[in-house]
Design a protein around this ligand. Structure first.
Ligand code: SF4
Ligand code: SF4
Length: 330
């Protein structure tokens, strides 16, 4: 089945009647996934958004519950659920894989994050295969295929005038029922592509297991500004802090994104900090991406989106680090 490009507006208008539909577009100069209004505003042809769509499942700030003392003098706790049916239209392979990683963190190993789960259960993922790559993309070195997101509910491939449409999950098959008026028979021609930027992950994890005290961490962290940009643009970074705001007899507890690149991240009561300098913090970030996550979940926490490579103001580059590790004899 194909979806002609001229029908995308009508399809998304229809989907918007029963769900919040998010598409890649520019908002205040930033490319991100934002609510759909018009096909003219969409930037489906861009390679990747500056900000990943992780906030659809894991908002930058999320209310968890209200609490306080009611009119009868009794304590109350009122859990918050702001989940709603959502569609992410135009997600790319790297960001789809980042959802797989976040699913691991928030839904497995006996820990289920109810806030994440409520949003995840109501999210329909519609992936579009990439027909071109940015110079910072390296997803295929991380075991992914830029034109295929096997865990997406629906996979689109882009031809000249239309997208091919394939449902890949039960949820996707059900969703396609409502797409039928906008689909037709046909097929599309898709160019074969691969990333120009390559890294060789062979043996990297094994070497990192032996590199906790390696001098590379001191050297690499010397130029880091501890700005946290890498963690905020990363689709797989998922750390958060919990705080509260109180007003008279009521309060709100909320969580918001945190960054392991900030010194306060591991600051403890009594002023002890197990990661006291940039060296320990940068080491932790890269070890978590390329080593610790694999120990726990069997996959790397870097999906090769290249955002941190592009956005780090001082060019701390995970691909250069991987190259360096390959050359070390450790
Ligand atoms: S973006 Fe670069 S400078 Fe900023 S915290 Fe990350 S590695 Fe350091
Ligand atoms: S570490 Fe960098 S390249 Fe890897 S997923 Fe995060 S932002 Fe993308």
């Amino acid at each position: 089945m194909i979806l002609k490009k001229e029908n995308v507006q009508n399809l998304l208008d229809e989907l918007s009647k029963s769900a919040l539909v998010f598409v890649p577009k520019e908002v205040d100069g930033v490319l991100k996934f934002a609510p759909f209004k018009s096909a003219d505003e969409m930037t489906l042809d861009i390679i990747n958004t500056t900000l990943p769509p992780k906030d659809l499942l894991f908002p930058q700030t999320q209310k968890m519950y209200r609490y306080g003392i009611d009119a009868d003098g009794k304590m109350y706790v009122d859990p918050s659920d702001d989940s709603a049916e959502q569609v992410v239209f135009g997600i790319r392979t790297c960001d789809m894989q980042s959802i797989v990683c976040m699913d691991d963190v928030f839904l497995t190993k006996g820990f289920v994050d109810e806030f994440y789960q409520a949003k995840r259960d109501k999210l329909l993922t519609v992936a579009i295969g990439c027909n071109k790559v940015a110079e910072t993309c390296f997803c295929d070195s991380m075991g992914l295929d830029p034109q295929n997101s096997p865990t997406a509910d629906i996979q689109l491939l882009e031809g000249d005038d239309a997208y091919s449409v394939v449902a890949q999950t039960e949820k996707g098959e059900k969703a396609l029922e409502s797409w039928k008026p906008f689909l037709s028979e046909g097929s599309v021609e898709v160019p074969k592509i691969e990333c120009a930027l390559k890294v060789d992950m062979t043996g990297v994890k094994d070497k990192l297991d032996r590199m906790f005290d390696h001098p590379i961490w001191e050297e690499l962290s010397a130029k880091c500004l501890a700005c946290g940009t890498c963690t905020y643009v990363c689709p797989t970074c998922h750390c958060f802090d919990i705080s509260q705001e109180n007003k008279m007899k009521d309060g709100v507890r909320f969580r918001c994104w945190d960054s392991c690149m900030f010194s306060e991240y591991t600051q403890m009561a009594g002023d002890h900090n197990p990661r006291p300098t940039k060296k320990e913090r940068l080491r932790n970030r890269f070890m978590h991406k390329l080593c610790f996550f694999e120990d726990r979940y069997g996959k790397t926490l870097c999906v090769g989106c290249g955002r941190c490579v592009e956005k780090c103001p001082v060019s701390v580059d995970i691909t250069c680090l991987i190259d360096q590790i390959g050359e070390f004899d450790v």
